[in-house]
Design a protein around this ligand. Structure first.
Ligand code: FPP
Length: 230
């Protein structure tokens, strides 16, 4: 069983286009998939699930789509609170959270605060997230410590850098799933996924089912992870 699963939820737009629907309908259906996969991961005993919900690049989408995604996120944060409490899910977020609209930030903060003591599964939403920006942020934080005399440059290790990332209190993901067939990382957890197993499925995110998620977890269990060794 992977302790930490990271998912690039891709294909909402294509799902909608195939049905001659507005892209936002695809995101709405994608939110249903989020609900189902969170529940399934929790049932299966996954300890941490990180979902790429909004990248720094996504700010460049049409304003109406960005606003719709933000509204959906608020809906999700509010409607899922009871379920998160019932299933002991702790919600956290990674990314440039200061860039989120104030009302989204408020709902996020409230959900994080209310679920802070839950110890069942960690649900981490990557919001306004970019992997390179995260590494830059960490480098800056370390440089500040060096300037203040609190950190010796020769003492900086991989562990030190990891401790300055948004994910400092999470283990690196064991498994990365990407839906809708694209073979790329799209600036997602570029440091943390160094040794993760990748599973790319052609299924569009709104069509991704708990059954397929379970199948991928089973397939992961059959892969041999060598971490560069023989
Ligand atoms: C990629 O599909 C998906 C996104 C950019 C946003 C992900 C959002 C959701 C799954 C819904 C809301 C999430 C939460 C956590 C409430 P795309 O639009 O890039 O699809 P395309 O590549 O087919 O155009």
């Amino acid at each position: 069983m992977p302790a930490h699963v990271a998912i690039i939820m891709d294909g909402n737009g294509r799902w909608a286009k195939k049905r001659l629907l507005n892209r936002v309908r695809g995101h709405e259906q994608g939110m249903e998939t989020v609900r189902n996969i969170v529940r399934t991961a929790r049932e299966m005993g996954v300890s941490a699930l990180t979902l790429y919900a909004f990248s720094t690049e996504n700010w460049a989408r049409p304003k109406a789509e960005v606003m719709a995604l933000m509204a959906l996120l608020r809906r999700f944060l509010k409607s899922e609170r009871p379920d998160m409490m019932e299933n002991h899910i702790r919600l956290t977020a990674i990314g440039e959270l200061d860039r989120l609209p104030p009302e989204v930030r408020a709902d996020l903060d409230e959900t994080m605060a209310r679920t802070a003591a839950n110890d069942g599964m960690r649900l981490s939403l990557a919001l306004s997230y970019g992997g390179r920006a995260e590494v830059v942020h960490a480098a800056r934080a370390m440089a500040e410590k060096v300037r203040a005399g609190a950190l010796d440059p020769s003492a900086i290790t991989e562990e030190t850098l990891s401790q300055h990332l948004y994910t400092r209190d999470l283990p690196d993901p064991d498994l990365m799933i990407r839906t809708s067939g694209e073979m790329r990382l799209s600036n997602f957890l570029i440091w943390q996924l160094a040794y993760a197993e990748f599973f790319i499925t052609p299924t569009l995110w709104p069509d991704f089912t708990p059954e397929e998620f379970r199948d991928i977890i089973t397939a992961y269990g059959q892969r041999e992870r060598r971490f560069g060794k023989v």
